[in-house]
Ligand binder design. Structure first.
Ligand code: ATP
Ligand SMILES: Nc1nc2c(ncn2[C@@H]2O[C@H](COP(=O)(O)O)[C@@H](O)[C@H]2O)c(=O)[nH]1
Length: 292
């Protein structure tokens, strides 16, 4: 999740480009056909402070109409700047336990001494709007989602080192010392899950935001917009849905391609002047040696 500094500015609810009550395929949200569920949700895991929220914010900012954040419930107290219903649904423990008992949650877990959970309503709200649902949950939650009907894509965000993770967590300044220690201790357990073959579609080391964001987009291009349809005997998707899906596929592939090209240009810009200076220097040295 974002730091307190940027939380208030980054996660403001966005103004939709589409008419109220309609999804991005122009169909009434309350009558959304099941085909919208075919957009695979994206589950993002990783230790606290690794940068999951930062990456998710960037994705939402760049593609506001294509992704929707699954707003979890938590018994944790809000941090300054966190908005109820936007960052989390902040609830009392008794109320959450009651809702869990009533079967309203797709998954829930005790994380860092609090209860967190994803309600079915949170996921439905995003998929009924015709968007890819993004879940920022811990590994225990991801294990439960895997056992559900949701055909999700699983990405683990790993830190470059434990020292860097601690630096980020402390630098965010949102937790007291005791909570920082708990979160760092739990980080090791979360990292263990990456050793399980095939659990995560991809493990991305969040070294620089730029490269890890590019990797995340590449996973989305491949796993969400790159797969052929599998309809399992369901009714075929409508023409409007197919059209929008293929538009998104092209958009993501192009975005992936341009990210790679941007890297190539950046490297060329970094290395180019050095090579040029080297060539000029070598030419001058040869001329000097020739003359003497
Ligand atoms: N690649 C990066 N390099 C340096 N700092 C980063 C990077 N990514 C994120 N940060 C910083 O690290 C801190 C933690 O990031 P963030 O809040 O996104 O983590 P998180 O994984 O969502 O944590 P939590 O699970 O506790 O919600 C923030 O201050 C953020 O600005
Ligand atoms: N199992 C779940 N884990 C969740 C959910 N929402 C968030 N989380 C994870 O909790 C930690 C801590 O979050 P913070 O906001 O207190 O820093 C973080 O790593 C999340 O991934 C959820 O609904 N279910």
């Amino acid at each position: 999740m974002p730091s307190d500094d940027d939380a208030a500015t980054k996660k403001k609810p966005r103004k939709s480009l589409y008419p109220p009550g309609k999804n991005r395929w122009g169909m009434p949200i309350d009558k959304a056909p099941r085909e919208y569920e075919k957009l695979r949700p994206l589950v993002i895991c990783g230790p606290s402070g690794v940068g999951k929220g930062t990456l998710i914010d960037k994705l939402m900012e760049d593609f506001p109409e294509r992704f929707g954040f699954s707003v979890s419930h938590t018994t944790r107290k809000p941090r300054p700047g966190e908005v109820d219903g936007v960052h989390y649904n902040f609830v009392e423990k008794a109320a959450m336990e009651k809702d869990i008992a009533e079967g309203k949650f797709l998954e829930h877990a005790r994380v860092h001494d609090n209860i967190y959970g994803t309600s079915f309503a949170a996921v439905d709200a995003v998929s009924n709007a015709g968007r890819v649902c993004v879940l920022d949950i811990d590994v225990q939650g991801a294990e439960l989602v895997k056992k559900s009907d949701l055909d999700a894509v699983y990405v683990f965000i790993a830190p470059p080192s434990m020292a860097e993770l601690e630096r980020r967590l402390r630098g965010r300044g949102t937790e007291k010392e005791e909570a920082i220690k708990t979160r760092l201790a739990n980080a090791g357990k979360e990292m263990e899950k990456t050793k399980e073959d095939g659990f995560f579609n991809r493990v991305i080391v969040n070294d620089t935001i730029h490269t890890s964001y590019c990797s995340l987009k590449a996973v989305i291009a491949g796993e969400i917009y790159g797969r052929p349809w599998e309809w399992d005997g369901d009714a075929a998707p409508s023409a409007a849905y197919k059209k929008r899906f293929y538009e998104d596929r092209v958009l993501f592939w192009l975005s992936d391609f341009f990210s790679v090209m941007k890297d190539v240009v950046n490297i060329a810009c970094d290395v180019g002047p050095v090579l040029l200076a080297g060539a000029v220097g070598a030419a001058a040295a040869f001329r000097y040696m020739d003359k003497n």
